[in-house]
Design a protein around this ligand. Structure first.
Ligand SMILES: NC(=O)c1ccc[n+]([C@@H]2O[C@H](COP(=O)([O-])OP(=O)(O)OC[C@H]3O[C@@H](n4cnc5c(N)ncnc54)[C@H](O)[C@@H]3O)[C@@H](O)[C@H]2O)c1
Ligand SMILES: O=C(O)CC[C@@H](O)C(=O)O
Length: 528
């Protein structure tokens, strides 16, 4: 498999990927070049420079995952990726400290005139009177967006003896109070703050949130900081407000359109400090984000779920710890159902019993659907596209949770409605860390869902098992394991043979013709 690492990704993550995959590193790649080369790649890693548009995504032929070495995924067309079943991951925390510290650096640099003082001194000037600054102590800092970076900035600002007032419509008020932050409305922040810093993504709600109208309501001498996304503060309005003295100063790291040239409205305005999107540019953060996305890409290319996928329901690390051991089992139960079903599955009910019901099992249900669809779909089915594909095919999926354990501490039951009043049920559990299928329809079994299994309901009479063994042997198919159902149902039993070789359709047809064999279905776990 091939990975393209664009935009100057730190070598640490690339080294990790190179152990398993071929990695092409293109620190600078134009939009045209990206379009041209994308069909070759299974995974793409970018920072903020490359725009992964719908056109790039639709041109991709093998792409399975896009890794954003950073937080903001606004340079990736997520709906286009989701529609194609491409996982998009980011590094939600890898550069938090870097961006937090950059915000503090910008706030201090702006309030103490450091950039201009340095610039003039480098020219041999000694201007002490001209560059008198203001202190942070006892000032009110308004934080808009109290997520990872906003909270980090608030905490640090309090160490500078600032009062912090925050606005975030989705804020966890208890956490804000624990931090010692006052929670207010947007208007409170705008009218009461001496410094205002924004830390939210660029969305239709946040775009242009701070323009001339808001700036005119602000305290005289207010200073603004934007290390989040260009466009949250209207650039032309900010330039004008600083020129007119409505706003005393600004420190801006991010821009509506990057890179920025000398013609940008904020360039050359005295009182405005600019940096070229350096918020995440520390050695530590670049190593962090590079490792985060590389680990995600490694997992995704092995078909494992990635907790940092942004186009899937988020799964917390705590929940992931509980459900991770069951993912393969769930997928194999789905695959077993697909292989045993005589007709298209119309409905799937996944029932969870036992302790596992205490966490969100949504991802396990997706794993069941992934396993159910993978053997029958041309294209790869993954955690991103499985729910949508099931819906497209009219398969209704429901989840049931029963806290009480049955015979096993935890049990997953997949019941499929295959129409005509017929159902198919497969149950599985974990014995330690080992997956086991413990029931197929009414038959109690103990099957290791590995390699290939041949599932044969048969009449419980002498000679049937021997005949099938000899028949497969004649066709060069070795049996490496065998299980006969522990229950007999109306004179029938279930035989599950682990076979070392694929069974051609013609041989399978003949197996079905053996006296006493009711049916024979191959479950090939390599294809699930
Ligand atoms: N300059 C850089 O290099 C750099 C580096 C890292 C992150 N960032 C950017 O910083 C921003 C914040 O990153 P984070 O990691 O703290 O994200 P986060 O997801 O932890 O926090 C974002 C916060 O914004 C809040 N929010 C959303 N809509 C809002 C609205 N309408 N009004 C107020 N608050 C709103 C959310 O509730 C959330 O708490 C992102 O845009 C990210 O891309 C920039
Ligand atoms: O890649 C970068 O350096 C910028 C990253 C930053 O904007 C982010 O959203 O994480």
């Amino acid at each position: 498999m091939k990975v393209l690492a664009a935009d100057g990704i730190s070598p640490k993550g690339i080294e990790l990927l190179q152990k398993e995959f071929e990695v092409d590193v293109r620190d600078k790649i134009s939009a045209e070049e990206l379009l041209e080369v994308i069909p070759q790649y299974d995974a793409l890693m970018v920072r903020s420079a490359s725009k992964v548009t719908a056109e790039v995504i639709n041109r991709a032929e093998k792409l399975k995952i896009i890794g954003r070495a950073g937080v903001g995924v606004d340079n990736i067309d997520i709906p286009a990726a989701t529609a194609k079943g491409i996982i998009v991951i980011n590094s939600p925390g890898g550069n938090t400290i870097a961006a937090t510290e950059h915000t503090m650096a910008m706030m201090l640099a702006m309030s103490r005139n450091i950039p201009i003082a340095n610039e003039t001194m480098q020219k041999g000037e000694w201007n002490r009177k001209q560059y008198v600054g203001v202190e942070l102590r006892n000032k009110t800092l308004g934080v808009i967006g109290m997520g990872r970076i906003g909270s980090g900035v608030a905490k640090r600002a309090m160490a500078f003896d600032m009062n912090v007032i925050a606005y975030d419509p989705y804020i966890n008020e208890d956490r804000a109070k624990d931090l010692g932050v006052t929670v207010g409305t947007l208007d409170d922040v705008i009218t009461q703050s001496d410094f205002i810093t924004v830390h939210m993504p660029l969305t239709p709600d946040t775009k242009g949130m701070i323009g001339m109208e808001q700036m005119k309501k602000m305290k005289k001498g207010v200073r603004l900081v934007n290390c989040a996304r260009g466009g949250i503060i209207v650039e032309e309005d900010l330039a004008e407000a600083v020129k007119q003295g409505i706003v005393a100063g600004a420190a801006i790291d991010v821009f509506t359109s990057e890179p920025v040239g000398a013609d940008h409205p904020l360039v050359g305005v005295p009182g405005i400090v600019l940096t070229p999107h350096l918020g995440a540019s520390t050695v530590e953060a670049q190593v962090g984000v590079s490792l985060d996305v590389s680990e995600g890409i490694l997992a995704a290319l092995k078909g494992e779920p990635v907790a940092t996928a942004v186009n899937m329901a988020p799964v917390s690390p705590q929940v992931m710890k509980v459900i991770a051991p069951y993912l393969t089992l769930a997928e194999r139960l789905g695959g077993t159902v697909a292989s045993l079903a005589e007709a298209p599955v119309k409905k799937v009910e996944v029932t969870y019993n036992g302790e596992i019901t205490e966490v969100n099992t949504g991802m396990l249900t997706t794993a069941v659907i992934k396993g159910l669809l993978n053997p029958i779909m041309e294209n790869d089915v993954n955690y991103v596209n499985a729910p949508g594909l099931a819906k497209e095919r009219g398969i209704k999926v429901t989840e049931v949770k029963k806290k009480e354990a049955e015979d096993f501490a935890n049990l997953i039951t997949v019941k499929a409605d295959i129409g005509g009043g017929k159902n198919l049920t497969v149950q599985g559990t974990l014995f330690g860390s080992e997956a086991r299928i413990v029931r197929i329809n009414k038959f109690r079994v103990d099957v290791d869902p590995q390699a290939r299994i041949l599932v044969c309901p048969h009449i419980n009479k002498p000679g049937v098992i021997g005949t099938i063994g000899t028949f497969l042997g004649v066709h060069g198919i070795n049996i490496s394991g065998m299980q006969v159902g522990k229950t007999e149902v109306e004179g029938t039993s279930l035989m599950v043979l682990t076979v070392d070789h694929d069974i051609p359709a013609s041989v399978l047809k003949d197996v079905k013709g053996i006296d006493g064999i009711i049916d024979a279905k191959l479950v090939n776990f390599y294809a699930i």
